[in-house]
Design a protein around this ligand. Structure first.
Ligand code: GDP
Length: 297
């Protein structure tokens, strides 16, 4: 179910309360059941949905059902809104880069998730704000990864580091970040290998790269179109490296938005940006309230 559809399903369920003659516990349950169904169909993870449902019900049933049905519907709508925002706003903040020093961001995520593209977008974002920005490629697994970064780097006129003759990602990561640290770069972005699956080797490599790079932030890049696999994938990455923030890609077109909720629930890390297309400027700053407003608007 696409985002707009999820929003209209939620609103549809809520509007039933406006016409109900009595809004008792059974009516609330039935609406919440409908909303939960819509969230599940949008790939929000089962556990997250169950938790939300309990929270909303607790909040709504706190007051006696004295109010008229219209204001009860409004109250439930607010509770749903708040709960969605709460889910998307973990109580930790993303790392804020500091001017005049090297801020190293290590990007992790499965192959095809949109890491290399997101790095270019992220680099473009900071470079346009006047930060001295560079990219390091240590994905030696995917043929063409370095070429892709090089193409992006040339288009954006941003320096990059890579070596097609070096097969050791840890060495590349170490050399690349050292080089740009020494040169006084402020935003250093490290692209890591994603391989095909969540293999043990991938996580081992990530940990080794992390040790030499000493990132200020690990950014987990996640493809929003992968459905219910989001929660498991995000937890697996979180277990292996300290994910500090999340970038959700491919939230354009017919993408489902529920994955965003599950990714935050699984990593307890905030979403900072969403990718909305293949071009460098198709990345937006993520704001939980406006995301949910758009959803339920
Ligand atoms: P990586 O293997 O994780 O480095 O993934 P890539 O950056 O190579 O991206 C994989 C594919 O997804 C490419 O065709 C990208 O153009 C595409 N892609 C990345 N981000 C987005 C996005 O936000 N929207 C859309 N529509 N496509 C994207």
């Amino acid at each position: 179910m696409v985002l707009q559809e999820l929003g209209s399903k939620i609103n549809g369920a809520l509007s039933k309360l406006n016409t109900a003659s009595v809004v008792d516990e059974a009516a609330v349950d039935s609406v919440l059941k409908e909303i939960a169904g819509a969230l599940l169909m949008s790939d929000v993870n089962v556990r997250t949905v169950a938790e939300m449902r309990t929270n909303i019900k607790r909040e709504v049933m706190q007051d006696s059902i004295r109010a008229g049905s219209t204001s009860k519907a409004k109250q439930i709508r607010n509770a749903v809104f708040n709960e969605l925002v709460r889910l998307l706003s973990p109580d930790v903040d993303a790392y804020r880069p500091v001017k005049g020093k090297a801020n190293v961001f290590m990007f992790v995520g499965l192959q095809g998730s949109g890491k290399t593209t997101s790095i270019a977008k992220f680099a473009n974002y900071w470079a346009r704000k006047g930060w001295k920005t560079a990219m390091v490629c240590c994905d030696t697994f995917r043929a063409g990864a370095l070429d892709q970064m090089k193409q992006n780097a040339i288009k954006l006129r941003i320096p990059y580091f890579g070596n097609p003759l070096e097969a050791d990602p840890v060495k590349l990561a170490e050399e690349g970040t050292k080089h740009f640290r020494d040169e006084g770069y402020e935003i250093i972005l490290v692209d890591t290998s994603g391989r095909h699956q969540q293999e043990a080797e991938l996580f081992e490599e990530m940990e080794q790269v992390m040790d030499v790079v000493e990132p200020d932030e690990v950014i987990f890049v996640m493809d929003s179109t992968i459905g219910q696999a989001v929660a498991d994938q995000a937890s697996a990455f979180k277990k292996s490296v300290p994910v500090g923030s999340v970038i959700i890609t491919k939230l354009d077109g017919h993408a489902k938005g529920g994955g965003a909720l599950s990714a935050v629930a699984a990593t307890n890390a905030p979403i900072t940006f969403i990718g909305t297309g293949e071009h460098f400027d198709e990345m937006e700053r993520f704001d939980a309230r406006s995301f949910v407003s758009r959803l339920m608007g």
